[in-house]
Design a protein around this ligand. Structure first.
Ligand SMILES: [Ca+2]
Ligand SMILES: [Ca+2]
Length: 312
């Protein structure tokens, strides 16, 4: 089940508008992501007449990624964009960590251990550039950041900016356990599409098919819970501190990671990643970005369904 966030009610039909606009316009006005619709009516495909992140020379595309006359980096969003959509994720118990018979697991994915999470809601996609500006009224996009298609995942933001965004929606980053539960979506295989990396092409943007760039969210198949790009496109922040030995001592009920650490957990692999890094149990970590450090790191938010439930 999926439904719009209240904040986006006014734009509840923007997806429809997007489809209409794509259908009418060929290459979307302000589509600076160098993609255009498949003439057969399918998913958007890479355009050969655009420059990534810039758009055709002299076209309207330049305005959407214009850094702004005042140099603030503000981006005017004047085109329809994908609305924020929350997906209801059920609670449940699962085996977190190294999938059965997965020889590619690193030590930090072991031992597999039983974990329970309670129901929550999760954003259907990685947070896009346009969604961020729509909610907060400003954009973190600055001189060291990338601006492109409004429906591409936001990258080159600070960790703190992303926390502010989730809190503005009454949410937070997912715990690592919530992230893996949501990504597995009832599956127990290496990838939610199976054990063979050959299934990734239709489900994820990653090294072999991305061309080394981000892609608009929601352009590959969703997982069984209806979540897009949980594997690939951009790596996603989790709330937990990273400890490679944590799985040996993790509580089973709503684990929320070690109490302190140096690195924060990143999950899912990104557009630079090889297939092994997209395994659903793979763990990654980095320092909280306090500048505009990573071009392949994004995020999505979760919020609790029961406001009275204790936080994990
Ligand atoms: Ca992702
Ligand atoms: Ca790893």
């Amino acid at each position: 089940m999926a439904y719009d966030n209240g904040l986006s009610l006014a734009r509840g039909l923007t997806l429809v508008w997007l489809v209409v606009a794509v259908g009418l316009a060929g290459c979307r006005a302000n589509d600076c992501g160098c993609e255009k619709p498949d003439p057969e009516g399918g998913a958007r495909v890479a355009a050969t007449d655009c420059e990534p992140g810039i758009g055709p020379a002299g076209s309207d595309c330049a305005s959407a990624s214009d850094p702004g006359e005042d140099g603030s980096g503000d981006v005017d969003i004047e085109v329809p964009f994908l609305p924020l959509t929350w997906v209801a994720v059920p609670g449940g118990t699962f085996l977190m960590g190294c999938s059965p018979d997965d020889s590619a697991c690193d030590d930090d994915e072991k031992p597999p251990h039983e974990v329970s999470v309670v129901a929550f809601e999760m954003l259907e996609t990685e947070v896009t550039e346009a969604q961020f500006e729509h909610v907060l009224g400003w954009s973190p996009i600055g001189p060291h950041s990338k601006a492109g298609d409004v429906d591409k995942p936001l990258v080159n933001f600070t960790y703190a900016d992303a926390v502010v965004f989730c809190e503005a929606l009454g949410g937070r980053f997912p715990t690592e356990a919530e992230w893996e539960w949501a990504a597995r979506s009832g599956t127990s295989t290496r990838y939610y599409c199976g054990n063979d990396a050959g299934c990734l092409d239709g489900n994820a943007w990653y090294g072999p098919n991305s061309g080394g760039v981000r892609h608009a969210v929601r352009t590959k198949a969703p997982n069984p819970f209806g979540l897009y790009d949980m594997l690939g496109n951009v790596r996603e922040w989790c709330a937990d501190w990273y400890d490679p030995t944590y799985y040996g001592t993790s509580p089973s009920d709503r684990p929320s990671g070690p109490g302190q650490g140096i690195l924060k957990v990143l999950r899912g692999g990104g557009f630079f990643s090889k297939s092994d890094a997209l395994r659903v149990s793979n763990r990654d970590a980095d320092e909280e970005s306090d500048d505009y450090g990573w071009e392949d790191v994004g995020f999505r938010c979760v919020r609790e369904l029961d406001a009275n439930a204790p936080r994990p």
